[in-house]
Design a protein around this ligand. Structure first.
Ligand code: SAM
Length: 199
């Protein structure tokens, strides 16, 4: 998968017509709000053009970072929130080397595109390096009965237990959820969510 591919997806569909669009990312906000105060730092990995950043800013969060390999997607989000002090990072998460840590690592529907076992292990190594002990991870992927592909790309689907197992050592699961996401075209997609603490 390339940046050009994802830029094309956002350019073709528009950021409100992509299958993963949510006007209000309710599970993200609920789980982040459970473990983070407004002064805590939050990174949205593969955040794309998600409205999560808008809602976090509205709730007073002022240390928000959004990482995505699609510049097109980040420009759409930036166009909405204007000059708000958000850290925008155009990078493939597999190449990203953050020079700081985050209280909360959030990922909705990005990790599941990593189908190579080494990429998956490297991802969780990066999370362990980037979230200090006591911090939290909020992650969501397609469930085992969710779609086999997204945007024409294969995904790895997870049960809640499978996702917790993929995280490996260093995380204590606090909560799991299932969600039936309704796409803009009216279809449904099953997601699993895990809230975990870095230990
Ligand atoms: C299904 S979308 C989800 C976007 C956002 N999290 C949301 O919930 O609206 C997947 C996002 O991951 C980004 N992406 C895919 N692979 C990536 C990678 N290896 N590194 C960084 N971003 C990636 C895409 O550009 C896209 O914005």
């Amino acid at each position: 998968m390339t940046a050009e591919y994802w830029d094309g997806r956002y350019a073709d569909a528009g950021d409100t017509r992509v299958s993963w669009f949510q006007d209000v990312p309710e599970n993200s906000l609920m789980l982040i709000g459970r473990v983070a105060e407004a002064h805590d730092s939050v990174v949205d990995v593969g955040g794309g053009a998600s409205r999560l950043v808008d809602h976090l800013l509205q709730r007073g969060y002022h240390d928000v970072t959004v990482v995505d390999l699609s510049q097109q997607a980040l420009m759409a989000a930036r166009g909405r929130v204007g000059d708000a002090p958000v850290h925008w990072v155009v990078s493939d998460v597999r190449d990203w080397q953050p020079d700081r840590t985050f209280h909360v690592w959030h990922d909705r529907a990005t990790f599941h595109f990593l189908t190579d076992p080494q990429d998956q292990a490297d991802y969780w190594h990066l999370v362990r390096e980037s979230v200090p002990h006591g911090g939290h991870v909020v992650i969501s992927t397609f469930a085992e009965d969710g779609p086999e592909t997204c945007s024409g790309l294969p995904v790895h689907r997870y049960s809640a237990d499978g996702l917790i197992a993929a995280m490996g050592e260093g995380f204590a699961p606090l909560e799991t959820l299932r969600e039936e996401h309704v796409t803009p075209s009216g279809g449904t997609q099953s997601f699993v969510w895990v809230l975990a603490q870095r230990i």
